[in-house]
Design a protein around this ligand. Structure first.
Ligand SMILES: Cc1cc2nc3c(=O)[nH]c(=O)nc-3n(C[C@H](O)[C@H](O)[C@H](O)COP(=O)(O)OP(=O)(O)OC[C@H]3O[C@@H](n4cnc5c(N)ncnc54)[C@H](O)[C@@H]3O)c2cc1C
Length: 638
């Protein structure tokens, strides 16, 4: 299969403008004739659904939540990047483009990333117009802070609740369209499958989470905005309901899955405290603007109270190793540095897997009130969870699964390898290469939803020649039967173990063998173990109740079943990518100073996997990455 990314020709700066001009338009009266199904109403889905409806398309939107406001996007804390250069500190579209390509360890498409940087400016204007309460300077201008992997301040924020405020903006835009009858909103409906007719995406199958009813929905195009798969590790900073089902089912229908091994481990989360936990909590990267990360220099000091450890006995390891970026080094690098210190026996916390994030200097310099103003809600959240007051004693943090750069492969138009199936936000393999920079996910999700998809989907609809079909078509009936059969099969097992216990076992295995560091032996071991866990799941899982009612155990079981297959794909990808790049750290490929060692000759490509059937190894395809504007270089933050 040849993967054509359809990147427009011409100079990088002009590609998007030229493409917008070249794409076919649909006149306003004709837009009403097309229906688009949008699955997912987080930032990406809500912004796309609202924008397309405002343009005039009929839109139906779906979420398994009881309201779009509950999407995981609401959890985003720190901020959203944009190349506005309000600080006059040297930022530009080009610098944001360059930082993102470099931050992703040169494993992203130049064309897409440049477009993202261009569009970033429009996002801020759009959100301000909606009334998103971004932080402001004394004089009224929007404020910025710094995030990892950048030496300029380009992150716009609303205290530590940026995702919530942006989502309220997108949700109000969506509500206007719902009120106007242009969006039909389906809450509490979970997508079970994509329906293809003659190889083209024409609809979806959903399960009503309240009644259990399986239903068909038809449209002229389908958009997946269903978020990331970070919960494959069980413990992660994602909301518990986040899952891979929508994208994995699309993969099984023929959409290629790109770079599944690129998963982001965030350096600043509250450490695991025991076996009882079902979720981890992020402490936003924004805290690294003022917090200093350290561990004791000597192993014997790890059990001492931090206040009693003298300045000269502390190792501010990020400032030491990466003086140019210091505590704002990118996430993959900062996470590995924390692991290295803990592996060296200098980790703090009861488990030995923790490092300090210390605000004492910032409080001395700026005063407690200034710090409270910037991070008050995060400090409060930390205190509620740990019982420690971070104004008085350093936070304890450790890396945890947080975001997934991998996702369904899409071309420049955000369309997958299934015609008509578009994928946006964290669900696509996106613009972040092997490592996403902080505050760039919100930027990408909203760029896709507000400014890119609404154009490109018009071109698809105008040129695709889509015949009329309805849900009585045999492909819908077949998919409904399959969805019901799967539910009946899982309900009839009546074994002894809960779905959560399987998810937990899988997550620990994937974390241990394919988490922050990976090696060939471990990955091969995981490939042996995953099918065994899967086999036991299908003979020993237990789910109370029935499929014809609200049944959260059933929801969890169906999602876990997909994780049990998807995890194997992730590990295959990690094994075949025999290099270290960004967050994918293969212990066999390390520079003399411990940094990740890329292999540009053999791996400067996107790996996109094709489903070949149950228990059969998927096929790996390549999209070669072409770098014409950025020189491939060893990534250095020293
Ligand atoms: C704790 C935390 C903090 C973060 N902070 C930041 C930050 O400060 N800045 C930043 O840039 N990024 C941040 N991120 C990342 C960012 O929040 C996410 O990448 C982004 O919000 C994802 O948006 P989305 O719209 O793609 O998906 P989501 O917000 O996850 O939405 C997914 C939607 O799909 C629906 N859905 C999923 N599957 C189905 C299905 N099968 N059927 C029906 N509906 C389905 C869900 O109901 C939901 O509506 C953070 C992430 C975490 C975990």
């Amino acid at each position: 299969m040849t993967l054509d990314a359809k990147i427009p020709s011409g100079p990088l700066q002009d590609k998007w403008d030229k493409h917008r001009f070249d794409m076919k338009l649909i006149n306003p009266a004709n837009k009403r004739k097309y229906k688009v199904l949008v699955v997912g109403t987080g930032l990406a889905g809500a912004s796309a659904a609202a924008s397309m409806a405002e343009l005039g398309y009929q839109v139906e939107a779906f979420t398994y939540h009881d309201s779009p406001r509950r999407a995981h996007s609401i959890a985003a804390q720190g901020g959203i990047n944009a190349a506005k250069n309000y600080q006059n500190d040297g930022d530009s579209v080009w610098r944001l483009f360059y930082d993102t390509v470099k931050g992703g360890d040169f494993r992203a498409r130049e064309g897409n990333v440049h477009r993202l940087a261009q569009v970033s400016k429009n996002i801020i204007d759009q959100c301000v117009a909606q009334g998103v309460p971004f932080a402001r300077e004394y004089g009224g201008l929007l404020a910025n802070r710094s995030f990892g992997g950048a030496q300029v301040s380009r992150t716009f924020y609303a205290r530590g609740q940026t995702g919530q405020q942006l989502l309220l903006g997108a949700y109000s835009a969506l509500s206007k369209e719902i009120g106007g009858g242009r969006v039909k909103m389906h809450n509490r409906k979970e997508m079970m499958d994509v329906v293809l007719i003659d190889g083209v995406a024409r609809g979806i199958i959903t399960r009503d989470l309240i009644t259990g009813k399986i239903e068909s929905h038809v449209g002229d195009a389908v958009v997946l905005a269903t978020g990331g798969y970070g919960n494959v590790f069980f413990l992660s900073t994602n909301a518990q309901a986040c899952n891979v089902t929508a994208t994995y089912r699309a993969f099984k229908k023929g959409a290629l899955f790109a770079n599944p091994c690129y998963t982001q481990i965030h350096p600043t989360c509250i450490p695991v405290s025991g076996d009882h936990q079902s979720k981890l909590t992020l402490m936003s990267e924004s805290l690294r603007n003022d917090g200093r990360i350290w561990v004791p220099k000597r192993k014997e000091d790890v059990t001492k109270r931090p206040e009693t450890i003298a300045e000269e006995d502390r190792d501010y390891y990020l400032e030491r190793k990466y003086p140019s970026f210091g505590n704002l080094s990118p996430r993959d690098i900062s996470s590995r540095a924390a692991k290295e210190a803990c592996d060296d026996g200098r980790g703090i916390s009861a488990t030995g897997y923790g490092v300090y994030l210390d605000f004492a200097d910032a409080i001395k310099r700026l005063g407690e009130d200034a710090i409270r103003e910037r991070y008050g809600n995060l400090f409060e959240m930390y205190e509620r969870i740990t019982g420690d007051n971070p104004y008085k004693t350093p936070m304890m943090i450790f890396p945890a699964s947080h975001y997934t750069m991998g996702g369904l492969w899409v071309d420049y138009n955000l369309m997958s390898t299934i015609p008509g199936l578009h994928v946006i936000g964290e669900a696509n393999f996106s613009d972040h290469g092997a490592n996403r920079l902080g505050a760039s996910a919100l930027m990408q999700g909203l760029a896709d939803g507000y400014f890119i998809l609404p154009y490109t989907i018009g071109n698809y609809l105008a040129t695709a020649n889509i015949p009329k079909v309805d849900t009585s078509h045999q492909e819908f009936k077949k998919a409904e039967v399959e969805a019901n059969e799967k539910i009946n099969r899982i309900m009839s097992i009546k074994g002894k173990r809960t779905p959560v216990s399987f998810h937990k076992e899988l997550g620990k295995l994937v974390w241990d063998k394919s988490g922050m560091a990976r090696n060939e032996a471990g990955l091969k071991e995981a490939l042996q173990r995953i099918p065994q866990i899967r086999e036991e799941f299908w003979s020993n899982v237990t789910i109370p109740g029935s499929g014809a009612e609200l049944n959260v155990a059933l929801e969890r079981a169906l999602r876990t079943a997909d994780f049990l297959e998807f995890a194997e794909l992730l590990v295959h990808d990690a094994l075949e990518r025999d290099e270290s790049s960004g967050a994918h750290y293969r212990e066999e490929h390390v520079q003399p100073d411990g940094e990740a060692k890329r292999d540009d000759e053999n791996f400067a490509h996107v790996a996109a996997w094709e489903y070949t059937g149950e228990n059969s190894k998927p096929i790996r395809h390549k999209e070669e990455l072409v770098f014409e504007n950025v020189k491939l270089a060893v990534r250095s933050y020293k």
